[in-house]
Design a protein around this ligand. Structure first.
Ligand SMILES: [Zn+2]
Length: 206
């Protein structure tokens, strides 16, 4: 069953609000608070469990003007621009439509220039497993020796199609399907907040 919990009423603003991915949240929190920021993250798991949302939230956590934090302020211009998807320093690429080596070459050239108004220049590559082999090879050279201000966040539903050479250079996070009990609890919370009455049974998928 696929279920986009975060699409309900509002999207989570910080990693602490990310539902059902406790291990991911705990590890990222630890990494940010201790200042051990990886230069490549790989988020894997089924569709709709919050990988891309988490990538955007992580970008905000890292680039918030108040300082890198698990709870970015949400009101500074960096936070707002990332939320709107128009930050110059957070570049989202759909791996499914940019599969070729030329697309990756462009990234290789671009990473030589630092971020404009942020701490990091962050590339979010969704469906990264769709890249061609030559594109992966081109990318590998960049993630082997990234400039210190560059961070890659890859997301994939098919981790086994991502070459081991790329995987081994990433901090990997396996997102899991949110359990039914957790989904029911979230739905009940939303109903309570907007004062909608419901039958317990109606919260289940039967
Ligand atoms: Zn901020």
């Amino acid at each position: 069953m696929e279920f986009e919990v975060t699409a309900s009423r509002k999207r989570p603003q910080s990693l602490m609000e990310l539902s059902g991915q406790d291990f991911v949240v705990a590890t990222l929190k630890n990494s940010i608070e201790s200042g051990r920021i990886a230069h490549a993250y790989l988020f894997s798991g089924p569709r709709g469990v919050g990988k891309t949302s988490s990538a955007r939230i992580l970008a905000r956590s890292l680039n918030c003007e108040e300082g890198a934090s698990i709870t970015p302020c949400g009101v500074c211009s960096n936070c707002k621009e990332i939320a709107r998807g128009n930050s110059m320093d957070v570049i989202e690429i759909d791996g499914a439509s940019n599969t070729g080596v030329n697309d990756i070459r462009e990234i290789k050239d671009e990473v030589l220039f630092g971020p404009g108004s942020s701490r990091y220049k962050i590339y979010i590559i969704d469906e990264v497993h769709m890249l061609s082999n030559s594109a992966f090879n081109a990318l590998l050279k960049t993630i082997e020796e990234p400039p210190p201000y560059i961070i890659f966040i890859f997301a994939t539903t098919e981790i086994h199609k991502v070459p081991a050479t790329i995987r081994s250079r990433c901090q990997q996070f396996n997102f899991r399907l949110v359990e039914l009990g957790e989904i029911k609890r979230l739905l009940a919370n939303v109903c309570d907040e907007i004062a909608v009455k419901y039958d317990e049974d109606a919260l289940s998928f039967k």
